[in-house]
Ligand binder design. Structure first.
Ligand SMILES: C[S@@+](CC[C@H](N)C(=O)[O-])C[C@H]1O[C@@H](n2cnc3c(N)ncnc32)[C@H](O)[C@@H]1O
Length: 258
């Protein structure tokens, strides 16, 4: 058991949230969460130890492994979609900040779910390499905030249009909360501007923020062009994280010049 745990630790350390199929099988068989840190943690720095123990004890990490999702973030999108029912069969989805790919996996499953409906389309884009996902177009190593990337995405969209823009993009956190907040707001402002260009009337925009001074303003700017806006914290989002999601539906297709 400990040997397997050590193997898992090594893999977790290498790839953070991403879990391989053998780890998935082991987690599946091992049942309930580990409550104690395996001996192999000795010698690791305290922050690595905390991260590893948290991963091993996190039910969503285990569930993701069993359900074949690339990371626990999948459940945040699943929860939001179970509540608001926006990922419908046949829709076109852009997933910004898609790596390692769990939101893309959820979106592919849900927009292609029903027989007799046209197949949907999911395009994922990230600064990092995203390994292939059946049924998705992936644009790896692309900075979403660049005009050329956004033009490239548009070229892949049918008539340059999408029904849903998702953005789970996040900068590398510095630990300085106001700086991190400003950086994520800048990223999501770029996703919001893009959504105003590509969304069809009635479209949906979902993005992640880290709580801070600009949240209210961001929500109000989004509210100007969507009929319904809500800030939500899914249960699967860790309670000690500043993470929040802005969910906006009913894009009002008006002339935009910003
Ligand atoms: C929290 S992860 C996304 C997890 C993803 N939703 C999933 O479920 O697998 C945030 C991602 O945003 C990406 N990112 C940050 N800045 C970006 C940018 N300017 N352009 C594209 N991706 C970016 C990061 O590389 C990182 O992979």
């Amino acid at each position: 058991m400990i040997r397997f745990a050590s193997l898992l630790l090594r893999r977790l350390e290498k790839s953070r949230d991403v879990i391989s199929s053998s780890q998935r099988q082991w987690l599946h068989k091992s049942g309930p969460c580990l409550k104690k840190a395996p001996k192999k943690l000795r010698g690791k720095n305290p922050s690595s130890q905390r991260w590893i123990v948290r991963q091993l004890n996190d039910p969503y990490v285990q569930k993701a492994a069993v359900d074949n999702y690339r990371c626990r973030s999948a459940y945040k999108l699943i929860e939001m979609d179970d509540k608001f029912r926006f990922l419908k069969p046949g829709l076109v989805v852009v997933d910004c900040g898609a790596c390692p790919g769990s939101w893309t996996q959820v979106a592919v499953n849900r927009v292609n779910a029903a027989e007799g409906f046209p197949r949907g389309m999911v395009i994922g884009v990230d600064l990092q390499y995203i390994s292939p996902i059946n049924g998705a177009k992936l644009l790896s190593n692309c900075d979403f905030t660049l005009e050329e990337t956004q033009e490239h995405i548009q070229k892949h969209l049918p008539n340059g249009k999408a029904d849903i823009v998702l953005s789970d993009m996040a900068p590398n956190a510095t630990g300085l909360s106001s700086l991190d907040h400003d950086q994520i707001v800048a990223l999501q402002t770029s996703a919001f501007k893009f959504s105003k260009i590509v969304l069809r009337e009635g479209g949906v925009f979902v993005c992640k923020l880290w709580d801070g001074s600009h949240c209210k303003m961001f929500q109000s700017i989004v509210g100007d062009v969507f009929k319904f806006v809500k800030v939500i914290k899914p249960q699967s989002s860790r309670s000690n994280s500043a993470e929040l999601f802005v969910f906006a539906r009913g894009y009002k297709k008006i002339r935009q010049d910003s």
